[in-house]
Design a protein around this ligand. Sequence first.
Ligand SMILES: C[S@@+](CC[C@H](N)C(=O)[O-])C[C@H]1O[C@@H](n2cnc3c(N)ncnc32)[C@H](O)[C@@H]1O
Length: 215
Amino acid sequence: MLHDHKRKAHAEFSDWAHTYDAHWLNRFLFEPSHTLLLKEFKDLPPGTALDIGCGTGKLAGRMAARGWRVVGLDLCESMLHQARFKLNGHRDSVRLTVGDSEHLPFRSHSFDVVTCSNSFHHYPHQLAVVREMFRILKPGGRLLLLDGWPDQFIGRIVYDVIIARVEGGVVWHRESQDLRAMFRTAGFQDIAQKRTYSLFPILMTRGVVPAQPLE
Ligand SMILES: C[S@@+](CC[C@H](N)C(=O)[O-])C[C@H]1O[C@@H](n2cnc3c(N)ncnc32)[C@H](O)[C@@H]1O
């Protein structure tokens, strides 16, 4: 049974899926945020990645173009339906699956990188999700989590008022210190954050799984 807020997110994106890629938020928020996140791939040899809340697959396609084997997971089948068309050219390197970020259907230590862009604010139990992300990463693996940056006045207006209204539901954009705390609690090390401003303030948080599993 889906939690009420997840049901709302599912309904929102089922309605939005057909027009999602044409929405103005792509130009001013989603695409610039993917560009910020992909900079982190510069020094990494291609491996296996899981993109959680992958939506219509834009980021997964850009990772596949860099030689990564990607699994895209999303709560909403209609979003994945759009992704399937778009990722036709990357059929061998991208696999798409329906799933809930809180209960990832993968064995522990399966991926080199986990990405999550513009989706985390929909999760009602965010620490549980960060723990799941930690579980499925290999030792030395990285979590790259990207979402709105609501720390200052402008951020709060943008995310807690405008974006919350566009998305028509309850959303939880977290301040940078809360994200760092969640990453630490889950066991991540080398936690670092980067910010960028396109039209909107965007925050990327990176964490690394210790090379030796913690006792
Ligand atoms: C704003 S879209 C972002 C899509 C894509 N990552 C991007 O950057 O364009 C948020 C996505 O998160 C998905 N989502 C929401 N709650 C989820 C959950 N609990 N588990 C997995 N995906 C979820 C939605 O279905 C939607 O496709």
